[in-house]
Design a protein around this ligand. Structure first.
Ligand SMILES: C[S@@+](CC[C@H](N)C(=O)[O-])C[C@H]1O[C@@H](n2cnc3c(N)ncnc32)[C@H](O)[C@@H]1O
Length: 216
């Protein structure tokens, strides 16, 4: 795909907290192209809202976003005080460029953007610093990729035993039971799961998982 043939539009997203009247607005450039990773998916809005509500927990934490695309959750986490690393497939340079563009538009020029292809134990994966939270919005959309996504998540949470994985997924008609398969796979990997349905989010769900604390 030649990106120059596609127009860019910038969308603003505002997150508010009714309890203390704080708010955050970020801008995300989207590419007018139907391919994955070119625009903000509904799951990204849900995960960003979850990130915003958990912002106190994120202060100075190291956060890695997988399959970030235009990177709304990662940008929100960075604005909330986390050290964020954005990633998308090493084979999709245009998606990596979208990550970079979202950093630049939000005045986050130093935010690292790396190519991480799910299921691959690459030098980029091996050289990551310690990670506290892994974000993945709508990364469970192609059942044939589920195993690769889980290989990467499993690698990360085993390497960082206190890390949590925060994800949102959409229940789609064509993969009605897909979410059950990946939930079962997470449980098979001995992760504990907390699932919370945010209000007014349609059929997107937020889920956080962590390896159990064997000392407690
Ligand atoms: C459905 S889009 C979601 C994008 C973004 N997280 C959001 O919610 O707006 C899936 C993302 O996964 C990325 N992706 C697809 N296959 C991948 C792979 N094998 N490894 C890493 N990322 C991949 C795509 O480039 C795309 O950005």
């Amino acid at each position: 795909m030649n990106e120059s043939s596609h127009a860019l539009i910038e969308k603003s997203f505002t997150f508010q907290d009714c309890e203390d009247s704080q708010s955050l607005t970020v801008s995300i450039p989207e590419v007018l192209d139907p391919q994955y990773g070119m625009y903000v998916w509904p799951c990204a809005v849900v995960l960003s809202q979850y990130v915003w509500m958990a912002r106190e927990e994120l202060q100075n934490k190291t956060v890695l976003e997988l399959g970030a695309g235009v990177s709304l959750p990662g940008v929100v986490a960075a604005k909330c005080g986390a050290h964020v690393i954005l990633s998308d497939s090493a084979e999709l340079p245009l998606c990596l460029r979208n990550c970079r563009r979202s950093c630049d538009v939000n005045n986050l020029p130093d935010m690292p953007v790396i190519g991480l292809t799910w299921g691959r134990v690459s030098p980029e994966l091996l050289s990551l610093p310690a990670v506290d939270i892994v974000l993945g919005s709508d990364v469970f959309y192609e059942p044939e990729d589920f195993e690769d996504v889980l290989v990467t998540i499993s690698f990360l949470v085993r390497r960082n035993p206190h890390a949590q994985f925060w994800t949102t997924y959409q229940e789609r008609r064509r993969q009605r039971f897909g979410h059950r398969i990946f939930l079962q796979m997470l449980l098979d990997l001995d992760h504990t799961c907390n699932s919370s349905k945010l209000e007014k989010t349609g059929n997107s769900q937020a889920l956080s998982t962590a390896t159990p604390d064997l000392n407690s």
